[in-house]
Design a protein around this ligand. Structure first.
Ligand code: AMP
Length: 417
């Protein structure tokens, strides 16, 4: 086994037993997203590198060290998408979706790529489900987006949820806050990590995202961004909170939560699960009123979130055991080579009538085939031997109940109704 080719570190195969869980998750996602009126968008897996450096920001971890980028043959720099908001905004601008309707509610599901250090809940290829609502600057839009996120997680059966909410205001008040934060941090500069020292000049707000314990202590007494909000920012934030209260969605305000990406404005939020370990963030999002403009489109307010699908599945496993299902209707047991031709015909007819049929193709003993039929989770075994061929019948056995009857082949479909 030593020279077999294995999957790349930080990437995972989703095997049939697991893909059932994915299908159930995706179907709940699609159902709830539809209830809120969002429509699916699918964008390419790779984009021009500049799309991410211009939107996510040069001094974020994602852009500075985690992107899978390469030079194409014509020297264009391309990148496997590390997030999906920028591609969706690119597509929104390119196809003038804002011109088609003043409000666009979009969602996506797909794989992303970040060269992070793999650990439980953190992969190099992972999947996100996310939504983006373009067009409305109003707080009811923020409440809708957060409420969709919360409804999805609770309807999936998750209970150990913590919703953290903050407002990082508009760019004007952020400039003031940035100065105040720098003034506060300056005396501690020598104690900060190299990364934080770099961020001090370029983007001091990102120091608030630190995971370094003694830096967390330092920022405990830092000024709060919420004290710098303009009157309008504060009114917006208050309305979002009162809509969430009205919807009975519990939340806590966390003024240190500024989120990692450069493009956020006003509302930011994150939902974590206390059923998870170190990587406990299920989803994060926020308002990004300036991004469409930054990427060359017409100024359009927008808000969205991205949820890690692997993380949701891990949280579900920790909270509620998964109930496996199998939707095979019929297992065709063939007792002799001479029955194959009739079996193939019957299976074909049954599939055309909408049934799902697994047919024995290993020519095993009857005992082995019956064992397989039981294991397959099928509702019925159809047993065909020489007798049945002669009499144009089939033995239909209900696998769970154990009872069986002989039915004319021409009457099978009627019987199954
Ligand atoms: P972000 O795009 O960084 O805001 O992440 C949004 C969500 O995606 C997080 O809350 C996680 O649930 C998930 N996520 C982010 N990075 C990873 C990763 N490397 N592996 C698995 N899930 C991730």
């Amino acid at each position: 086994m030593s020279n077999i080719i294995r999957s790349i570190k930080g990437t995972h195969d989703i095997l049939p037993e697991d893909s059932k869980k994915w299908q159930q998750l995706e179907s709940t996602i699609r159902k709830i997203t539809h209830q809120f009126g969002y429509e699916e968008i699918r964008t390419p897996i790779f984009e021009k590198t500049g799309l991410f450096s211009r939107s996510v920001g040069e001094d974020t971890d994602i852009v500075s060290k985690e992107m899978y980028s390469w030079e194409d043959r014509d020297n264009t720099s391309l990148t496997l998408r590390p997030e999906l908001t920028a591609p969706v905004v690119r597509s929104f601008i390119q196809h003038n979706l804002g011109g088609l309707s003043p409000l666009q509610r979009l969602f996506y599901i797909g794989p992303l790529f970040r060269r992070e250090r793999p650990q439980k809940g953190r992969q190099r290829q992972f999947h996100q489900y996310g939504i983006e609502a373009f067009g409305s600057p109003h707080p009811e839009q923020d409440a809708e987006v957060i409420s969709l996120a919360y409804s999805l997680l609770t309807q999936l059966g998750l209970t150990n949820l913590n919703l953290k909410l903050n407002s990082i205001g508009s760019p004007e008040c952020r400039a003031q806050y940035r100065n105040a934060l720098q003034d506060y941090l300056r005396p501690f500069l020598n104690e900060l990590s190299e990364t934080s020292q770099k961020r001090f000049e370029n983007n001091p707000l990102r120091i608030l995202d630190t995971k370094v314990p003694h830096e967390i202590d330092i920022i405990k007494n830092a000024p709060n961004i919420t004290d710098f909000l303009t009157h309008e920012d504060q009114a917006h934030f208050n309305s979002v909170q009162s809509f969430l209260n009205q919807l009975n969605i519990p939340f806590t305000c966390d003024p240190t939560m500024v989120r990692g990406l450069d493009y956020y404005t006003r509302t930011t939020f994150e939902i974590t699960s206390s059923a998870l370990g170190a990587q406990d963030a299920l989803l994060g999002g926020g308002r990004y009123d300036k991004l469409v403009e930054t990427l060359g489109g017409k100024a359009t307010p927008a808000i969205g979130f991205a949820a890690g699908m692997e993380r949701i599945l891990l949280a579900l496993e920790a909270e509620t055991p998964f109930e496996s299902y199998d939707s095979t209707d019929i297992y065709m047991v063939c007792l002799d080579e001479s029955v194959l031709s009739v079996s193939i015909d019957l299976a074909n007819q049954l599939r055309q009538a909408g049934k799902s049929v697994k047919m024995e193709t290993l020519r095993r003993s009857m005992k082995a085939q019956m064992r397989e039929a039981n294991r397959s989770g099928a509702t019925y075994a159809f047993i065909l031997g020489e007798n049945e061929i002669q009499n144009k019948t089939v033995v239909i056995k209900k696998l769970k109940e154990g009872n069986q009857e002989t039915v004319l082949q021409t009457e099978i479909l009627e019987k199954l109704k």
